[in-house]
Ligand binder design. Structure first.
Ligand code: SIN
Ligand code: MN
Length: 261
């Protein structure tokens, strides 16, 4: 799959792109069906929420499940990613962010490059984050909030927050976020399950608690150019993979391959 010129321009202008209907209901069912067993594993990639003890994020999934191993090479993800990057890339991080009904916790305001740079020594903000909605995402169940165009503002002050949630993250200064939002507004990334989302490494985003009765799970794949690999990695492999093999797209029906059982 390739993006149109208009889609590329919208991504460049806003820093994100919402693509509805990219993965079918049955394909999302296949992915969802893998999650309970993965979340039940005693694995360092399963990070639980402080308050509820339920899984907040589950990482390194392509190494733990063959279907997710195929998904991270899916042409509907990797085609656009390589088109945008224009250079060979590796799989940096693979996860499902869960926000369980009634209890899912917030992600503070941040941009991913702050963490990639401070924790891993990634030189430039070139990585792309590709999401697939595994549940319908509405204004109610903890959608991502984006500050449109904020990927161009660069250099917002950040600090390491290891207290607010169970996942340490370099978060933005709130006064600076307030100023940015005053100028640029906010967009909630909503859509039916199967919607795909692409966003840039410097796009300012966050998401609120999920107090609704509806679960919200989102699959996330981060790809980074091989030429932009970490210079001083400090984090576990599931947080930033050390395997720099170039990713290449499989066939469009790769999730249905008979070997994936
Ligand atoms: C979320 O899952 O709500 C946040 C994801 C992200 O920061 O990429
Ligand atoms: Mn993020």
């Amino acid at each position: 799959m390739q993006l149109t010129q208009a889609q590329c321009e919208a991504l460049e202008r806003d820093g994100f792109l919402v693509l509805p209907g990219i993965f079918s209901g049955p394909e999302v069912d296949l992915i969802q069906a893998r999650l309970p067993a993965l979340f039940a594993e005693d694995h360092p990639g399963n990070i639980v929420e402080r308050s509820s003890g339920s899984v907040r994020t589950s990482m390194g999934l392509q190494l733990r499940d063959p279907l997710i191993g195929a998904l991270v090479q899916h042409p509907r993800l990797i085609g656009p990613a390589l088109q945008i990057l224009g250079e060979p890339a590796y799989i940096q991080q693979v996860k499902v962010n869960v926000k369980a009904a009634f209890s899912g916790e917030a992600w503070q305001w941040h941009y991913d490059f702050a963490t990639h740079h401070a924790e891993d020594g990634v030189p430039r903000p070139s990585a792309l984050n590709l999401h697939i909605f595994l549940d319908d995402v509405s204004e109610f169940n903890g959608p991502l909030y984006f500050v449109p165009g904020s990927h161009r503002f660069g250099g917002l002050s950040t600090r390491l927050d290891s207290k607010t949630t169970s996942y340490p993250l370099w978060v933005c200064d709130r006064a600076e976020v307030a100023k940015l939002v005053e100028r640029r507004g906010l967009v909630a990334a909503k859509g039916a399950r199967g919607t795909m989302l692409i966003f840039h490494d410097t796009l300012v985003h966050g998401s609120p608690n999920n107090i609704s009765p509806w679960d919200r799970a989102i699959f996330s794949l981060i790809v980074n150019p091989i030429a932009n690999a970490p210079q001083s990695p400090t984090r576990a492999d599931h947080k930033h993979h050390q395997d720099l093999t170039a990713v290449a797209p499989l066939s469009d029906d790769c999730l249905a391959a008979p070997l994936i059982r």
